[in-house]
Write a protein of this length. Structure first.
Length: 699
């Protein structure tokens, strides 16, 4: 019998319910304490959990277990071990110990480690993260883990994320205690990432070397119709796409991933999936899994799922909206404006903490979403600009202005807070969400960071957000900690006001796609870090090293190594792109064009032979035009090859990345310009790969 959705949901997850059923009561309690309060896990508890986990996994068909981790490749990694253990009599038993659950020892030497590899030994270890539930996939028990070097340096994305959540927790609880919220013992950040993607036919994909090697098309002219009619956005789903989405939902639900919303996006073949939000750590793990399962299910349906930020030039790329908030263990969303004055004070304090954080660490936020792929989107009038600013909406902005100018505010309710500002109007959520051009928008009870690329892990942007806000809260605590209780309201008001005055330059409610904003942002002194090579040095800027080390997110060594890895990743990406483009031009595009030119030339000659003059002049004109483009394409590719050699020879990593960006990428654009000018003149059948039209309009 088919399972109902509630039965199906989470059926492959070692959930709280399963733990409660399978574990002795005292062990369950001890584990819960570890999960909820980050307390140390005793060996006997680990052993009990291992036994229960194995039993549950085997019952559900698992034969293997793996420590699942997130190295700096941005992907996930796993090495499978079976549960079997020889019993000495030629038979096997299924075994799994607490030791095996808690710690694994994969060889770290083949994962990116930046400078760390030289300094530290190659061995690494994985450590169980009990705050993210284990699950079964393809007959294997997956145990979410953190990945560190033997000397404790983080080699993954999860470790700093957990550290940043801990930092925010600590600072937020301190502030809430000051405000009298004694029942709050922990604060966690929550994230709901909306994921965009493209689906194209698998057969088409297999014929495009650029998609295979780089994830995006490096050549390809726009078809007669693109996305200008906007007829795809929220359009009805084609049956084949609907079948895919249905299957995808089921696979995700089994893994306890609350996939909730799905719809067509702006570009043809583009879609979006949004889950219900979760604590950040779980949301990050789930997003990694979602991307993997999207790809897997796509192949089952004869599709390829493209997660690249810009698979097709001239057509909207894919991003990921990171909805972010903070919530207490008592279930309160700290970015919910609420209806009463008391909530307002607290809300305004946390809101100002975010404003201050974004203004002071905008460079880090920009850096956290920077990648070769995302460079094609940010600032290209389809995604937010590279300038990081905050959208608050009219209502909240007038509240902020009222506080700044000591004016009372309030249309409907004239209740005046002790802090001097009147009660916030209880505004409708959707009035705040109309501006799609802002990178960081307040959307009613959360912020939406919209600059993220579709393929990247959402860990890094959340590390930055959590840490920067923790820093604001820590600074606020210093100001407020010695204030007498009866003076606290006044002090909070003064602090909020002061923060707004200092940081309001980062608030912008207008259209972020315009040149006026670029100019205005420059006047306000905001960062405009246009490309990845330009953004990356912020990682090692003194103020940012100070931030990360103060809150124990990264050590200085970890920062340097990550900076190096990011540079290397950028350079490698562009290097593969240039080689792929050269390969496609020399082996596919130029020969195809030449074939067509040859065919045209043969017709002209044949006509001459039998004495027909009509049309020959026109043909010759076409031949001349195409021959001219042929020459330009080949010469531009020759130059690209030379500049690629030059790029490879540069020793300094930052200089090298910049050269790839400024010179090699410009060369690639030039090659593409000529090729795309010729392509619409080449009849179907000459090119050995599908065009944009074939890929985007027949799925
Ligand atoms: P949109 O208008 O952007 O579609 P939705 O209300 O549908 O907004 O929410 C989009 C995403 O934001 C969903 O993934 C949702 O779960 C998430 N979200 C809602 N509340 C929060 C919160 N407090 N913290 C983090 N994410 C949240
Ligand atoms: Mg959204």
């Amino acid at each position: 019998m088919e399972k109902t959705i509630p039965e199906l949901y989470g059926s492959l997850v070692f959930s709280d319910k399963v733990m409660r059923e399978k574990l002795p009561k005292d062990m369950y309690k001890a584990l819960r304490k570890t999960i909820d309060n980050n307390s140390h896990l005793e060996v006997d508890v680990a052993n009990a959990v291992a036994v229960a986990m194995k039993q549950w996994a085997v019952e559900n068909g698992a034969t293997h277990f793996t420590h699942w981790f997130q190295p700096l490749t941005g992907l996930t990694a796993e090495k499978h071990d079976s549960f079997i253990s020889p019993d000495g009599n030629g038979e096997v038993i299924m075994e799994f110990s607490g030791k095996e659950l808690i710690k694994g020892e994969p060889d770290a030497s083949s994962f990116p480690s930046g400078g760390l590899r030289a300094t530290f030994e190659a061995r690494g270890y994985t450590a169980w993260d009990p705050t993210s539930p284990a699950f079964i996939k393809d007959g294997t028990l997956y145990i979410p883990t953190a990945f560190c070097s033997y000397s404790g340096e983080a080699l993954d994305k999860k470790t700093p994320l957990l550290r940043s959540m801990e930092a925010l927790n600590k600072e937020a609880v301190k502030i809430l205690k000051l405000l009298g919220k004694d029942d709050v013992t922990s604060v966690s950040t929550t994230v709901g990432p909306e994921q965009e993607y493209f689906l194209i036919d698998k057969e088409d994909f297999k014929l495009r070397k650029d998609l295979i090697f780089t994830g995006r098309t490096l050549l390809g002219a726009m078809p007669p119709k693109g996305q200008e009619m906007e007829d795809h956005y929220f359009g009805n789903l084609k049956p084949r796409v609907a079948a895919y989405m249905h299957d995808l939902d089921e696979e995700l639900w089994k893994l306890g991933i609350p996939a909730k919303t799905k719809h067509n996006e702006v570009a043809p073949c583009q879609h979006e999936l949004a889950p219900v939000f979760d604590t950040t750590n779980v949301a990050v793990d789930h997003n990694q899994l979602t991307m993997e399962i999207m790809k897997k299910v796509a192949e089952k349906h004869g599709y390829m799922c493209l997660l690249h930020e810009k698979p097709f030039a001239g057509i909207n790329g894919s991003g990921k909206h990171n909805n972010w908030s903070m919530s207490t263990n008592t279930g309160e969303n700290l970015l919910n404006p609420g209806k009463t004055p008391g909530d307002n004070t607290q809300f305004l304090l946390f809101l100002s903490a975010v404003i201050k954080a974004v203004d002071e660490y905008a460079d880090l936020m920009r850096l956290s979403v920077a990648s070769a792929g995302n460079d094609h989107r940010l600032g290209a009038n389809e995604a937010p600009p590279a300038i990081i600013s905050i959208f608050l909406g009219d209502e909240l902005t007038s509240v902020i202005e009222a506080i700044e100018q000591d004016k009372f505010f309030g249309k409907s309710e004239k209740v005046v807070m002790e802090t001097g500002a009147s009660v916030l109007p209880h505004f409708a959520k959707d009035t705040t969400d109309r501006n799609r051009t802002s990178p960081f928008a307040f959307t009613g009870n959360k912020f939406e960071f919209r600059s993220l690329g579709s393929s990247a892990s959402v860990a890094s942007p959340n590390v930055v957000l959590n840490t920067a806000v923790a820093e604001s809260l820590s600074a606020f605590y210093e100001v407020l900690k010695d204030v007498a209780p009866e003076k606290l309201d006044e002090a909070v008001h003064a602090l909020v006001k002061d923060t707004i005055i200092k940081h309001k330059r980062v608030i912008f409610n207008g259209n972020g796609y315009t040149q006026e904003w670029v100019d205005e942002a420059a006047k306000r002194g905001l960062y405009n870090l246009k490309s990845t090579p330009e953004a990356l040095p912020s990682f090692i800027a003194d103020k940012n090293v100070a931030l990360f080390t103060k809150h124990h997110i990264y050590s200085e060594t970890e920062i340097k190594s990550r900076y190096e890895i990011r540079l290397e990743n950028y350079t490698k990406t562009l290097h593969i792109e240039t080689l792929t483009l050269q390969d496609m031009v020399y082996k596919q595009f130029a020969p195809a064009l030449l074939n067509y030119i040859d065919d045209l030339t043969s017709s002209v000659l044949a006509k001459k032979e039998i004495g027909i003059a009509a049309g020959s002049a026109t043909l010759e004109k076409t031949i001349t035009k195409l021959s001219d483009l042929y020459e330009k394409v080949v010469l531009a590719t020759d130059k690209l090859a030379e500049d690629t050699d030059k790029a490879e020879a540069i020793a300094d990593a930052q200089e090298q990345a910049t050269f790839y960006h400024e010179v090699v990428m410009a060369d690639m654009e030039e090659v593409r310009g000529y090729a795309d000018a010729a392509e619409p003149m080449i009849p179907d059948g000459y090119l050995p790969y599908p065009t944009y039209e074939q890929m985007l309009f027949y799925v």
